[in-house]
Design a protein around this ligand. Sequence first.
Ligand SMILES: [Ca+2]
Length: 566
Amino acid sequence: MLFGGITFVANVRSTLGGNKMPKNMPNIVLILTDDQGWWDLGCYGNPYIETPNIDKIAEEGVQFMRFYATPVCTPTRACIMTGRHFQRTSAIDTFMGRDTMSDNEITLAQILKEYGYKTALVGKWHLGRYMRYHPNNRGFDEFFGFWQYGFINRYFDSDELFYQNERVYTTGYITDVLTDFALDFVLKSKDSPFFLLLSYNAPHSPYFVPDKYLEHYLRKGLPLKEAQIYGMITCIDENVGRILRVLEETKIDDNTIVIFMSDNGGVSNYWKGGLKGNKGTVYEGGIRVPFIVRWRGNFPEGVKVSAMAHAIDILPTICDLLGVSPYDRRDIDGKSILQILLRGEGETPHEALFFQWTRERPHPDKNWAVIWKNYKLVNGELYDLQSDQGEKHNIAQKNPEIVRKLRQDFETWFEEVTKGQTYERVPIEVGREDENPVEIDVTWGEAFGKRIKIRYERYIRDRIENWGDVGDFVRWKIEAVKEGVYEVMLAYSCPPTDAGSVFRISVGNSHIDCKVEPTPGFEVFQERVLGQLFIHSGKNFLEIRPISIKGRELMRLHKIWLKLLK
Ligand SMILES: [Ca+2]
């Protein structure tokens, strides 16, 4: 086992062999925001937003003007964590189980922990909702935030946050709460190298923001949505200021690399710096993100860099800085940009950069782009980014040779990064001691039938509906880590007019037949223990099939829990 919880630097040498002791071990604070556009910062030219603290990081550091990510949350986070194109990592979409990063991946946190760093993730994870993929099992000593889903619904006085695997109840606004924890971690870790990934969920929707920030921007005449988003970002900025002050007061700011970035393109539209497109697209507005790095005394100050770089470059750059190589264990797609950081200038290390993202699975003909030299081929349109970064003047017709070459390069790349990938969901582990009972996420199911539909609806109203045909069934892939008797509980709804149907829930040969009891209506989910199933260890299917349907629908199924009985 390469990652057997090695915490002493002295052990690293023998594990990794040779002269691989880190040459530098600065602290790393990576501040990652959610859905903040390239244009949503003062230092990127926005004349309306107020972000003095983040602007100060740019004044004291290196600001990348052409830094790229993927169009959405999960894939970019996989790029940051692995240094690899997300298409290789299984983390291809943002929900319904496709936001699970393969546990074969070696994360940046694992690498840093291996070299003696204390590691913490504060805020959003979004790379796997089950314990096997919990941040604590992916290289982070400490975790405080939310990990089961891509976002939370309560930004004030939340009941949706966890410390490690324990739910906690917090008071106050989410951005302040996350910063409080991050500062505690910095203070207690300041004497050893630490890696803090502070992953704010703001300014992602829902756009909840304390009144004072909202009112400030409404008074300035901004439309409501932008006033909310800008308010959320100014709140982040004040919290970034708190972090910078603590680094200074504890006298570790010269030994701490501060990185500020966002995970994908923006959703605000009031001022876009001339870029086209938003989050979700592969136009510049969907993939270009702010990226600012400060390391006082080591990296130049107040420098703007035009060389293109990508989220996959973060891991190899940090490894380069430490003087360690990630390449002997993994194919890393990213390239080190350390020389650009040290000199404040230089050419991009990439021959070309490729982009593709679609819901459910990668698709070579949808939402794709390649950037090569000054050209960008995007969805078949060709632009000269040097003279036309707004992607306004399609020059594809005049340059058929370039179009052909770039499309061919893209196809070669796409084939390579998706090779051997089935993009099937992983089985849900049941019977784990640290996750018992386990919730079987209904959106991870496969539905078979004509009308039956699995609906993802912000987790709080997820359901399987239109279950009106007796031949329609649903199944989930599970893997029992322990053989035994499991108690089965459902959360479902069924109005009295539809009640009385019968269904069978089974795993292998073990089954329970149940009559659907009424709930007040389709809108109200109620929990009910169904009985017990014997589950053999190993992979299997949990399946629900109707036996008879009395009304319009069997039921609306919201959640299932399997609990191993001791
Ligand atoms: Ca995002």
